[in-house]
Write a protein that binds this ligand. Sequence first.
Ligand code: ZN
Length: 127
Amino acid sequence: MSDLAQSVDTSRDELTGLRRNGAPKHCGWCGRRLPQGENRGRRRRYCGQSCRQRAYERRAAVQRSGLPEDAVVLSDAEIATLQDRLFQLRCAAEDVATAADDGAELPELRRMATELARVAQDLEQLR
Ligand SMILES: [Zn+2]
């Protein structure tokens, strides 16, 4: 049960990255953005066989645990990594605010905002 350190009850839509049009935008396991416009007939939920398999195994473990089927379960290590990356994101955001307070020029602020966006985009990859 130690692997089931954290469970967050989210909607299935959040879990799989489904959007209003029903097309998944992110891998249901690792969170990588899925390529768009391919496999129109059969919607992809995972970026590859390995993610599909790991999602299946985690789902089976969640079912055995008695947690809700759509619970999102992250290990201690996954939570720690996520917290590290969120900390990076916060630092990048604070850097922009500090630079603005210090009267940084627009190109510098733009460069820092671009870096902030890059850190945030990395965070879309959950695992
Ligand atoms: Zn994936």
